[in-house]
Ligand binder design. Structure first.
Ligand SMILES: Nc1ncnc2c1ncn2[C@@H]1O[C@H](COP(=O)(O)OP(=O)(O)OP(=O)(O)O)[C@@H](O)[C@H]1O
Ligand SMILES: [Mg+2]
Length: 486
């Protein structure tokens, strides 16, 4: 069943149930009130009858005499004829003093006892009217009446006045009220249907909006947003939906970016490998067709070996990078002296630096503890220092070390060619080379060094930062945190 109908039924059931309860209680209260009013009126008549038409006298012999002014009584009855009020006066439970004939009600013994104790009795309807003709009892109309006792001075019950009105006249009022109430209920029910439709429509419309938005997202439109009025749960849902689309949009952008990167990587990798392979292929063909002079053959073979080494290095570094990135390498971290490593790296690169006209300076304490994987630490220091040598001619490369807050800080600064902001943004990417024309130098640049350094620093829980200015030089800062708890 459609949600709108479900909602409408729910609203409608609640509204009608409420109306039915209200209607029923209203009718009940009104009925009670009408009876209450009638009885009060009847009691009033009984009182005036008692004071005007009845006299109780004590005779000379001390006996009470009870006299009734029938004339006055009949006048009163006549006056109240329109209201269909009847009087009956009893002297004992079964003895009716007035009227002589007509229909008379009986008084039960328990009622009589109550009357003797001074209580006024109110009866809703009494069928037990007794007439001279028994058959007429059947046709007799239902009466509601009150029974009021009359006592003499000694407190003896001498008479009971019964004042009754026809139930049918009350019934008329009830029917009128019932009919009006029915119309009101009918109108309210119709109004209920209309209101429940509007309410259900309002809610389902909002749900439809959500549904349309969901479809749009499913079709790849991540720009849809829903208005959040911050009013109810549906607004909360809209808010969640907006958050979901924005994160979906972000991940979608990230996926495209990654895809772009992957394509770039594939192209770069192919490009990197194609150069040495082309060289090797050319030389092999030359050798095969004897196109290379004897004296150049040795040089050609040397070139092929270099290019093969370059390929192997490329493949190995790529594998290494992937391993580090996917957390497949296990770091064996220990605390050792970093100064020792720095001096070694400087010594190893001394020759290369000299050939570029560079000098390498080392500054720092005699010993500096660092918490790292020894081999990987050497790899990091070597990579960055080698870069500094590579991109500096006739300059100074300065390696310094110091203690930081719960960490060891190493700096490699050069005054070489430096990099601009655009280059700085990309140097951590694989195969990135700030200047493509600089590839294939004797150090075999492949653009993997810094990408590996960054991954390694991440695995160490450390940080690598760089500041650089074109033609001024670059400074790489490495921060290695100390072992936790030390
Ligand atoms: N000290 C530096 N001064 C100037 N440019 C630098 C410096 N260090 C790195 N770069 C730039 O960043 C690029 C990326 O460096 P990275 O070490 O990743 O690759 P590479 O040195 O070109 O190749 P590889 O290290 O794999 O042999 C370099 O090509 C260079 O353009
Ligand atoms: Mg490098």
């Amino acid at each position: 069943m459609k949600l709108i109908y479900q909602q409408m039924i729910a609203f409608f059931v609640v509204i009608t149930a409420l109306l039915a309860i209200l209607g029923f209680s209203f009718f009940h209260v009104t009925k009670t009130l009408i009876y209450e009013n009638t009885w009060n009126q009847l009691e009033g008549y009984a009182y005036s009858l008692k004071t005007q038409s009845m006299t109780i006298e004590r005779g000379a012999n001390g006996k009470q005499t009870f006299t009734l002014d029938i004339g006055k009584l009949q006048t009163s009855e006549l006056l109240l004829r329109n209201q269909q009020v009847h009087f009956t006066i009893y002297t004992t439970r079964n003895k009716v003093m007035y009227p002589d004939q007509g229909y008379q009600s009986t008084i039960s013994t328990s009622d009589w006892k109550k009357l003797e104790s001074g209580q006024i009795i109110r009866r809703k309807s009494d069928l037990g009217w007794r007439g001279p003709d028994k058959a007429k009892v059947q046709n007799q109309q239902r009466m509601t009446d009150i029974l009021a006792p009359c006592f003499d001075q000694s407190g003896q019950l001498v008479a009971v006045i019964s004042v009754g009105a026809k139930v049918s006249s009350l019934q008329e009022s009830f029917t009128k009220i019932q009919r009006n109430l029915f119309y009101v209920l009918l109108f309210s029910a119709l109004l209920g249907v209309a209101i429940s439709y509007l309410l259900a429509h309002y809610i389902t419309k909002r749900i439809s909006k959500l549904r349309n938005a969901t479809r749009a997202v499913a079709n790849g439109d991540f720009d849809v947003t829903l208005v959040d009025h911050k009013r109810d749960e549906l607004d909360d849902l809209a808010n969640d939906f907006n958050q979901m689309t924005s994160s979906l949009k972000q991940s979608n952008e990230e996926i495209s970016r990654q895809e772009q990167k992957r394509r770039q990587f594939m192209a770069d990798a192919a490009h990197e490998m194609r150069t040495p392979l082309t060289t090797i292929n050319g030389l092999l063909e030359g050798l095969a067709y004897d196109a290379i002079p004897e004296e150049s053959k040795e040089k050609s073979i040397e070139l092929m070996r270099n290019e093969t080494r370059r390929l192997i290095r490329l493949v190995n570094e790529n594998l290494d990078y992937e391993k580090i990135r996917s957390g497949q390498i296990e770091l064996r971290r220990t605390t050792f002296d970093a100064m020792n490593v720095i001096h070694n790296v400087a010594a190893q690169l001394k020759k290369k630096a000299q050939s570029a006209g560079d000098t390498i300076e080392v500054a720092g304490p005699t010993k500096l503890p660092v918490f790292a994987d020894y081999d990987r630490f050497v790899q990091i220091m070597f990579n960055i220092t080698q870069n500094a040598v590579q991109f500096t001619t006739n300059g100074v490369i300065r390696i310094s070390a110091e203690r930081g807050y719960k960490s060891s800080i190493l700096r490699i600064a050069d005054n070489g060619i430096g990099m601009d902001d655009e280059q700085l943004k990309n140097i951590w990417e694989r195969y990135y080379k700030a200047d493509a024309s600089r590839r294939n130098t004797k150090y075999g640049e492949s653009g993997l060094g810094l990408a590996i350094v960054q991954q390694l620093m991440e695995q160490h829980g450390g940080k690598v930062e760089v500041i650089s200015k074109p033609n001024k030089g670059s400074t790489f800062t490495l921060i290695f945190p100390d072992e936790k708890g030390k």
